[in-house]
Write a protein that binds this ligand. Sequence first.
Ligand code: F6P
Length: 319
Amino acid sequence: MKKIGILTSGGDAPGMNAAIRAAVRCGICAGMEVVGIERGYAGLLEGRFIPMGLRSVSDIIQRGGTILRTARCLEFLTPEGQQQGFDNLKKEGIEGLIVIGGDGSFRGAKVLSEKGFPTIGVPGTIDNDLAYTDFTLGFDTATNTILESIDKIRDTMSSHERISIIEVMGRHCGDLALYAGIGGGAEVIIVPEMKLTNEEIVQKLMDFRASGKRSGIVVLAEGAGKADDLAKMLTEKTNLDIRASVLGHIQRGGSPTHQDRYLGTCFGARAVQLLEKGIGNRIIGIKDNEVFDIDIHEGLSIPRKFRTDLYELAGIVAR
Ligand code: F6P
């Protein structure tokens, strides 16, 4: 291939810039022209192509967000939009595409692959909701951001003998809540995969109180409920002093951790290596510390397994 494109799509994630930087520099090193497509699939439809040089990716590895910007593009979900995207790539002389994003972005990449356009997916989403890979770009940074908040909130909760409900991101996937909850010693973790009834939550808190704990942290994944609703219910059903915090988009920003810079670099490089060999229709991941790639259809059809072992461990070590 002589000319490849790269775009970021869906929710941004720390580490996307590291992947862009690696893809641009590895692509140029392999003698290819690299074109950045701004604003994800929306920019692909609008023809927002920009040439990328070695210096256009200087000073970005430490930055959160994505220098190419991103969008959630509804038009690309339609057959007309998808055809337009395919045509725009061809018109621009682009022969292969790297898509950095999550589940929705990969579905777009799958469509382009099915149309015969070689496309490689790099997993970039803080949610860690892609089953074929152990980790996605941004998950580690977001988990650490949540941890910092848990630590800070715990200081004040323990001073006032209160319980805090901390709502974190994760619409269908409880990994952010689970991993940050383990690291932050959360007394209760509530995730969409292991729904708890109100009675069970009340019972857990009463048990903690009875065991001598005077304050606590409940980490709630957004897909399992709203922090304010839960705080209201718990205030009504217990005599505990409850507060709620919604962390929101603070979780998506910030300088990437080493893991996300490392993964971004390795994923970006691997994507280019594949396109260089004329290979498309693959998505990249990390399994048991090894970077690998898998067929896009196969990878996306792997069902997600929630780590119930970790969830149980979190319950035991919080006692
Ligand atoms: O998909 C990543 C994610 O951060 C989810 O965890 C969250 O629900 C969603 O994006 C928020 O999206 P937006 O920024 O478009 O409101």
